[in-house]
Write a protein that binds this ligand. Structure first.
Ligand code: C2E
Ligand code: MG
Ligand code: MG
Ligand code: MG
Length: 286
């Protein structure tokens, strides 16, 4: 398998391959050089407080600009990058880029308090993760508390020792840890209590049908209550309508992210968005 063959091995097209397999192989081979060819870009999606719509941060989302296929979404290329081991280099690049972007905004007097970067399970299980994060933070000169790392609930439920050790070390550095796509991973609540985490992100699948599906309403309420009980911040992802935002606000969810407040955008677009006030009014931190 490609994984065992390592990241420097190319696989070749064989006539018996299906169209799907050939397409996948084409992506694999192109992805190996994507970073060197500068085809990877970052987008930033605003995260806001629900009480006053203040933007307090943004989530960093990777995009691959393929010369022929156009923009390839992360759902298509991240699994390939993980399988090939390329995610380690891509992930380190995202971390370094995000920290540098914060420093660049600081230098220009633009207030973006925090950036949240997604981690792959492959990164999270590596003993060198903490050093890599520390290097990115040090190199940029930002304070570590400006960086948030998102891990999914399913990654945590694998109960790997290295994962817990990494998260604890990152937390001790002052980094915020958020549990992404929360609610779909069947967390053991007793286990959750012992994890070094700060925030829960309510999965978009539960946000989509808020007020239209009683089960989803109940799940969202339960996650908000769980966060309150465990002393964790709660943010909802994928908020698209005022109805959803009103429900979440009413139920005591403090923060949200979604198309209603801002789509993922380039650094330049985010700067314009902040300058215009966008849907969001940025105020100094309280
Ligand atoms: P995620 O971390 O749960 O990111 C949220 C996804 O929801 C993003 O999709 C975002 O564009 C989308 N989204 C946010 N608000 C809305 C909304 O209101 N409506 C709709 N329809 N969608 C919304 P995206 O950018 O395609 O990313 C998909 C997934 O890829 C992410 O899910 C994350 O797991 C992964 N990913 C993205 N960037 C990175 C990265 O740099 N590293 C790693 N390891 N994974 C990444
Ligand atoms: Mg995320
Ligand atoms: Mg998410
Ligand atoms: Mg999600």
């Amino acid at each position: 398998r490609a994984k065992e063959q390592g990241r420097n091995t190319y696989r070749f097209f064989k006539p018996e391959m299906t169209a799907g397999a050939a397409e996948r192989l084409r992506l694999e081979n192109a992805l190996r050089g994507a970073l060197a060819r500068d085809e990877l870009k970052l987008q930033y999606q605003p995260q806001v407080r629900l009480d006053d719509s203040c933007m307090y941060g943004a989530e960093v989302l990777m995009r691959w600009h393929h010369p022929e296929l156009g923009i390839v979404p992360p759902a298509r290329f991240i699994p390939i990058a993980e399988e090939l081991g390329l995610i380690v280099d891509l992930g380190a690049w995202v971390l370094a880029r995000a920290c540098r972007q914060l420093a660049a905004w600081d230098a220009r007097g633009l207030l973006v308090p925090r950036l949240a970067v997604n981690l792959s399970v492959v990164q999270l299980e590596r003993p060198s993760l903490v050093e890599e994060v520390d290097a990115a933070v040090q190199e940029s000169g930002i304070e570590p508390d400006r960086l948030e790392l998102e891990v999914t609930e399913s990654m945590l439920m694998r109960h790997a020792e290295q994962v817990i050790a990494n998260l604890a070390a990152l937390r001790d550095m002052g980094i915020t840890i958020a549990v992404d796509d929360f609610g779909s991973g069947f967390s053991s609540l007793a286990y959750l209590k012992r994890l070094p985490i700060h925030r829960l992100k309510i999965d978009k699948v539960f946000v989509d049908h808020l007020t239209a599906n009683a089960n989803d309403d109940a799940i969202a309420r339960a996650v908000i209550a769980l966060g309150r009980g465990l002393g964790l911040e709660v943010i909802a992802e994928g908020v698209e309508t005022e109805v959803q935002a009103d429900f979440l606000r009413r139920e005591g969810c403090a923060e949200a992210q979604g198309f209603l407040f801002g789509r993922p955008m380039s650094a330049a677009e985010l700067e314009a968005f902040i300058a215009d006030g966008g849907a969001v009014q940025l105020k100094p931190e309280a």
